[in-house]
Design a protein around this ligand. Structure first.
Ligand code: DON
Length: 309
């Protein structure tokens, strides 16, 4: 079923786009800088396959931190909950996503949650497989199933660009290795993590992943359980408590939708039982979240009473 362009969504996008001038495109990963800061698009995907949209929803974006919630789901399926949460915590942090501070100051030195970079690196480390290639292919296969699109790939230029500049993430890995949270070669883990972050899709794919989470892990087309409901529930809880990093509290109060952002300007939202949302707006606020994407979700949540609280 093709995605219907919606006049109502177009109006909200037009209003939300006015804030892009206060944001900035991420360029600490050089290849991410090559986008138009004023872009904004949205797709909403319903369980019955209906879809409405506004903006250029075919444009591809790399998942970046949105991938963290998906790798967490895979690792929870690969290992048991106890194993995973022995190595990464469940608590939100008030620090920026790439902060090293808590790893140094807390005993035992365990990343606070799987959504910050330290926790996400520990999670990616736990993906099962005999090589980086096999672990990456397993993640990619899972993502393709969630999106219902087996053509999804990763962007080699973005992966290389991040691999060459991921010095802070390497530092996080060395902390994790010193404290025995990870035991693999750091370059190998950074290789896998940067490929994971560079997996590319459009807003439509993103909204379809959102609807799977909204349906507690069920495939909207076939009804197949792609992930166990309790794992989808854990992921959605992290999306509420940590999905927007150190802006998650304000986001929960103003918007109240489980959502996960990435520095490419993507946001994946899952309105429980109702629909999935995929947004792309590359201008970011000072916390690393899409500035117009958050504005758009705020308008949507207010207009359609979407808050779960
Ligand atoms: O690790 C990084 O820096 C990026 N690959 C992902 C960070 C990210 O998306 C943070 N989100 N707002």
């Amino acid at each position: 079923m093709p995605c219907q362009s919606s006049d109502e969504l177009k109006k909200l996008v037009k209003e939300a786009r006015t804030v892009t001038k206060h944001g900035q495109v991420a360029d600490y990963i050089p290849a991410l800088g090559k986008v138009n800061a004023h872009d904004l698009s949205i797709a909403i995907n319903y369980p019955d396959g209906r879809c409405i949209s506004a903006g250029d929803i075919e444009r591809k974006i790399s998942l970046q931190s949105i991938s963290k919630v998906i790798s967490l789901a895979l690792v929870l399926m690969d290992r048991n909950k106890e194993y995973v949460f022995e190595r990464v915590g469940m608590e939100p942090t008030g620090d920026p996503f790439n902060s090293v501070a808590k790893l140094e100051s807390m005993t035992p030195s365990k990343p606070l949650n799987p959504m910050i970079n330290a926790g996400a690196l520990a999670v990616t480390h736990m993906i099962k497989g005999n090589s980086v290639d096999e672990r990456f292919q397993r993640l990619l296969t899972f993502i393709r199933e969630l999106a219902g699109n087996d053509t999804i790939q990763y962007n080699k230029e973005i992966a290389r660009s991040e691999f060459e500049t991921a010095h802070l993430n390497r530092a996080l890995c060395y902390f994790l290795k010193q404290h025995r949270i990870i035991d693999e070669d750091v370059e190998q883990l950074i290789d896998l993590y940067t490929k994971q972050c560079a997996i590319e899709m459009n807003c439509l794919d993103l909204s379809r992943i959102g609807v799977v989470f909204a349906l507690d892990g069920g495939d909207p087309q076939t009804g197949k359980q792609i992930m166990p409901a309790n794992i989808a529930r854990i992921c959605k809880t992290f999306m509420v408590t940590c999905g927007m990093y150190n802006a998650s509290g304000e986001f929960a109060i103003k918007i109240g939708i489980p959502a996960k952002s990435g520095v490419s300007g993507g946001i994946m939202g899952a309105v429980p039982g109702k629909f999935g949302i995929g947004i792309f707006g590359p201008a970011l606020d000072d916390k690393g979240n899409s500035i117009a994407g958050i504005k758009l979700l705020e308008l949507l949540s207010k207009n359609y009473q979407l808050s779960m609280f």
